[in-house]
Design a protein around this ligand. Structure first.
Ligand SMILES: Nc1nc2c(ncn2[C@@H]2O[C@H](COP(=O)(O)OP(=O)(O)OP(=O)(O)O)[C@@H](O)[C@H]2O)c(=O)[nH]1
Length: 414
């Protein structure tokens, strides 16, 4: 039997569950098994390429070895309590797009069944092919297994799904979900993380953000915006209106700016009852190097906001660029130092960039979510193109000078 695999580059990560033991590393085994810690020595961290599986889900269901089907996109839907996540799911399911969509709910244990009851299955639009309810728990430990199982079951169905929605009720930090979906090579051949959508309540978001300015721990609202690829700014009907009931555009702009001050890479879509253009939220391919135009556009648009105009949030976006080509092995050490060792106490949540690499005619992309990162060649540079490396960071305590100077050292050849 042919065991052809999807071409993929190794991703690197530390154990996402044990930040207190940063010296430990994990290796995701080629065969399906729970994550395991290598805890038998205290040696410094090593970068461990994640091995390729010998057999993928598609292989086992496709004895001919042909791989015409691309992975099913998974959209993670997150957002503060009551922001409108179920409203969004209802809207998607009832849309006239004819897609077969499955929904996975991650709920608080005692409330299992409640969330499902709030969602109306589509009539004549999408079919709710499957409801899977996951008990509450740390997604990278307790729930990981049931999430992976749920995804396996969904992709093994005879009739193929077009998309999977994963609602993360009560989950503060969507990063572990992203790494499960992004990291698992066996899953990766069958599903792909499409994007993280954060639904924000336009009426309450300022209060949620401002209320925590003096606190050292960050509320869910910050993290959910920081990790978002798309932010749906919902309930704009509740923003105080100008005379005659007209939407106050200044207030709306101020909210969009507040979101972009935290995460300038996110696409912000204002909405009432999450009624948004579905083309903008399904099939974003926010994590794929293959959808490079999307990333390049984002990097193009992502300009650092002048300090004096910024909201004083300590979770923010920074952008650095470098004209000289960089040494790939130095970039690996540099990013590991940054996201594993937390250089100068910087905490990078999300990072996206394009790299001009020494002795390579390929434009490389860099993607990182918390402690997991991936660098891969995406396409050839065009001759007329300005071959500049450009990286955007979203995180806490970011220091632009340190980021710029340390990245510059990746350009020097020994
Ligand atoms: N005024 C107004 N109400 C809205 C809008 N969108 C949703 N709602 C209402 O807000 C309430 C909460 O919406 P849900 O979709 O249940 O929010 P949720 O994020 O799923 O809530 P949890 O699962 O409890 O976190 C419901 O009563 C919705 O009808 C909107 O744009 N404007």
């Amino acid at each position: 039997m042919t065991t052809e695999r999807k071409t993929s580059y190794p991703k690197f990560e530390r154990n996402p569950c044990s930040p207190s033991k940063p010296e430990k590393i994990i290796e995701v085994p080629a065969q399906r098994a729970p994550l395991q810690m290598e805890d038998d020595d205290d040696s410094p961290p090593l970068a461990v390429p994640i091995p390729k599986p010998l057999e993928t889900f598609n292989d086992s269901h496709n004895p001919t070895g042909s791989h015409a089907q691309s992975p099913v996109g998974v959209t993670v839907i997150t957002g503060y309590l009551g922001a409108g996540k179920s409203t969004l799911i209802n809207y998607i399911l009832n849309g006239k797009h004819g897609k077969k969509i499955a929904v996975i709910l991650n709920e608080f244990g005692e409330e299992i069944g409640v969330e499902r009851a709030m969602i109306n299955e589509g009539e004549g639009g999408a079919t709710v092919e499957e409801w899977v309810e996951l008990a509450n728990g740390c997604v990278c430990c307790t729930v990981k297994h049931s999430l992976v199982q749920a995804l396996e079951q969904l992709v093994q169905r005879k009739e193929r799904l077009d998309h999977i929605l994963l609602e993360t009720t009560g989950l503060a930090d969507p990063a572990p979900l992203a790494s499960i979906l992004w990291l698992d090579d066996q899953l990766e051949s069958a599903v792909r993380l499409d994007s993280i959508i954060t639904v924000v309540d336009a009426k309450n978001i300022h209060m949620q953000l401002e209320g925590y300015q003096s606190s050292s721990s960050f509320p869910e609202a910050f993290l959910q915006i920081a990790f978002a690829d798309v932010v749906i700014l919902n309930k704009v009907d509740l923003i105080p209106q100008e005379n005659c009931g007209i939407l106050n555009s200044n207030a709306l702009q101020d909210l969009e700016k507040a979101i972009h001050d935290i995460n300038s890479l996110a696409i912000v879509i204002p909405s009432i009852c999450c009624q948004v253009d579905l083309h903008k939220i399904l099939d974003c391919q926010a994590y794929g190097a293959k959808h490079l135009a999307y990333l390049e556009n984002l990097l193009q648009e992502s300009k650092a906001v002048p300090i004096k105009n910024r909201h004083d949030y300590s979770v923010q976006t920074l952008c650095i660029s470098e004209q000289q080509p960089v040494d790939l092995s130095k970039v690996r050490l540099w990013i590991e130092d940054l996201i594993w060792e937390k250089r100068s106490n910087m905490d990078v949540y999300r990072c996206k960039g394009i790299l001009s690499v020494l002795n390579s005619d390929q434009l490389h992309t860099l993607q990182a979510v918390k402690e997991l990162y991936e660098i891969e060649p995406a396409r050839k540079w065009n001759q007329m193109e300005n071959q500049t490396s450009k990286i955007v960071f979203i995180g806490h305590n970011l220091d632009e000078t340190i980021l710029r100077d340390s990245f510059k050292s990746c350009t020097l050849q020994i």
